[in-house]
Design a binder for this molecule. Sequence first.
Ligand code: MG
Length: 362
Amino acid sequence: MSDYTLRAVRHQLLDIPLIEPFAIATGTQSIAHNVLVAVELADGTIGWGEAAPFAAVTGETQSSTLAALDRLAALLIGQDTRCWRALATSMRAAEKEAAAARCALETALLDAWCKRAQLPLWAFFGGTATEFETDMTITAGSTEHAARSALAIRTRGITTIKIKIGGDPRIDLDRIAAVHAAAPAAPLILDGNCGYGAAEACALLDELERRSIPVALFEQPTARHDWEGLKQVRHWSTVPVAADETVTTAADALRAAHEDAVTCINIKLMKAGIAEALDIAAICRAAGIQLMIGGMVETILAMTVSAHFAAGLGGFSFVDLDTPMFMAAQPLRGGFRQSGACLSVAHVTAGHGVEPHMPTEG
Ligand SMILES: [Mg+2]
C-alpha cells in the first residue's frame, strides 16, 4: 500500500437554496440538490468532489447519484489514485449513466492526489492559462425579469449575457429584445435547452437579424436526439450553433464532427465525467469545433474544477461558469477568485483549492 492508496469514500447531501429559481425550457430548480463527496488516501490526505445532478438535463437525481456513489466506492477502495485515468475508465464502464456521481469521484480522487503531490489542478490539465472571463445567465421568465436581470449583470461588470430560451418563441423574442435594449454592447448567447423545433429556431434567427440584434452563439436549439434539426439551424445562417445536451460522450462529439452538425460544443464535466470531457475536447480541437465550458447548477467546488480544466487546457471560446452567483448560501470556501467577469485560479497551489466550512460527517 502506498500513501496514494484510497482508504475511504464518504458523501453527504449538499442542499443549497438559490437566490432565484434556475428555470430552463425543460424544468426548474429552486434548491440545488447536490452531493458532497470526500475521499481519503492512506496518508490521511482528503480530496473533495461535488455531484450536481440536474434531472431536467440528464435525468439524474440526488437519490440516483447517492446509489451510484455507493456502488462506485466499492470499486475504488484499495486502488492507487495515481492511476486516475484507469479508475475513471472503470467507473465509466460500471456506471455510464451516472455522470454526476462519476464526475464527483473523479474530482475528489484528482484533488487528493494532486494535493499529496503539491500540484494545482490547472497545472495538471496543462497550465495554458489561469484566468478568463465568464458570462452570466438570465433564466427563463418574463420580459421584465429579463430586462431587470440584464441591468444587474451589467452592474456586476459582466459583459457576455446568456439567455435561457426555448419556451414560447414570441415571448422569447421580446425577452431577447429587452436584454439587447438594456445592454446593447453585450454579446448574447441564446440557450434553447432542446425547447424548439428547427423551423422555430430558424425563424427566430431570421427575426433577430431583421431587427439587427446580433447573436454570438445559439446553444442547443433543438431536441437532444434531433440531429437533423440541429444541422438545419447550424447551416441556416452565420450564427454559430453549439451542441450541449446532444453531446455527452466522445462518440457524440465524433458524430457532430463527421456530420458537420455544430460550430461549437459545450463541454460540461458534470454530464460527461472529467476523463471523457478530455476526450471530447481533443476531438473538438482536431475537428476545428469551438470549445465552450459550462456546468449544471453547481457550487464553487465543481465550477472551480471546470475553471481549472478550461484554463489549463486553453482555447475555450465561451465560458459559462456562473451558477455560484445564484447560490443563497456558501457552505464551501476557496475556489476561483472572481472580479467582475474575470475568474482566476492562479492562487491555487495544490488540488482544486475548495474545502467545506460546514460540519462534515465522518
Ligand atoms: Mg446549455
